[in-house]
Ligand binder design. Structure first.
Ligand code: NAP
Ligand code: COA
Length: 266
């Protein structure tokens, strides 16, 4: 366990996380639970989100799991109201639900493109918009999970690139509009993170995984704890003057190809 969380860093804080039944967002939830936060978690699938909440309560933490699809504004609003009623006003809201698959544009239907934009971008709007009246202000912190695809074009990722680019701009607009109300809005852009569905889809074989790592400045995948630690920093008082920014926790992914072969001309 590499997490740098203090046991009491989030004591008394209420945290809502969308897309928290697995992967990076569940890792953030578990890290926040270890730091003393009380959690409300949502995802589409009732069994998966109940199991995620159970891993936290089973370890002595406080968590409720609510089934809600981030594409459905009314369902998101109801989940956030339930979280507020159960835990109290929300100190931190994290939007991390996403869908992705590798497909060239000519192999992607209009509905395939729309589905990813709906989950990632519209879903993030829905989560943040619905949370506004339930935030503990001043001092609330919102975090969207974006990706290097937001700024680096990537083959077979037109849908995710467009959706995550939209999220980056939404973060900045909300930071401007909601800053005066005492709400900070930031993003985290993870690089390739080990043991996640995202990387299982983008690097499905050991050969592709090795190529990914060889191109990274830091030459290795990150961990879910790396992202949880970034989230803890962004919602802490140490980041009290930071808003509208994207924290790259990516091993240098956004910098481009750092392999020894990158500049070879022969
Ligand atoms: P993951 O385990 O598949 O996490 C995605 C989560 O979103 C799941 O909990 C899923 O749960 C939920 N979800 C999907 N569609 C939803 C919907 N319509 N409504 C509500 N919840 C929904 O994937 P991950 O790889 O950890 O990715 C997590 C986040 O990190 C994503 O935002 C991704 O873009 C970002 N990211 C990941 C990497 C990486 O290396 N993995 C790199 C950069 C960025 P249900 O199926 O139960 O709904
Ligand atoms: N290639 C091309 N198109 C694909 C595809 C693929 N690999 N996978 C799905 N699609 C298309 C479908 O064909 C459909 O389009 P159509 O109606 O024109 O046929 C559209 O995408 C929606 O698919 P559907 O399965 O109905 O959507 P869903 O809402 O049930 O699931 C997904 C959403 C497709 C993103 C699914 O992969 C998912 O649930 N992902 C969540 C987990 C995840 O992606 N984790 C990684 C996060 S980075």
């Amino acid at each position: 366990m590499s997490s740098a969380f203090r046991a009491d860093a989030l004591a008394g804080k209420n945290v809502f996380i969308a897309g928290a039944s697995s992967g990076i967002n569940l890792g953030i939830a578990q890290g926040f639970a270890r730091a003393g936060a009380k959690l409300a978690l949502i995802s589409r699938t009732p069994e998966r989100i109940a199991a995620a909440a159970a891993t936290i309560t089973g370890a002595g933490g406080t968590a409720i799991g609510i089934a809600a699809d981030v594409r459905d504004y009314a369902a998101v609003e109801a989940a956030i109201r339930q979280a507020h009623d159960t835990l109290g006003p929300l100190d931190v809201v994290i939007s991390g639900a996403a869908g992705n698959f590798l497909a060239p544009v000519v192999g992607m239907s209009a509905n395939g493109f729309k589905t990813v934009v709906d989950i990632d971008l519209i879903g993030t709007f829905n989560v943040f918009r619905a949370s506004f009246d339930h935030l503990n202000t001043p001092g609330a912190s919102l975090i969207a999970i974006t990706a290097p695809q937001a700024v680096n074009a990537m083959m077979f990722q037109a849908h995710a690139c467009a959706a995550k680019a939209g999220i980056n701009m939404l973060i900045k607009c909300l930071a401007m509009e909601w800053g005066p109300a005492g709400v900070r809005v930031n993003g985290i852009s993870p690089g390739p993170i080990a043991d996640t569905e995202g990387m299982a889809r983008l690097a499905p074989t050991p050969e592709v995984e090795a190529r990914y790592k060889a191109r990274l400045a830091l030459r290795d995948y990150g961990t879910k704890d790396d992202i949880a630690d970034s989230a803890l920093f962004l919602c802490s008082d140490n980041a009290r003057y930071i808003t509208g920014t994207i924290l790259d926790c990516d091993g240098g992914s956004k910098l481009g190809d750092a392999s020894a072969n990158a500049l070879k001309t022969t």
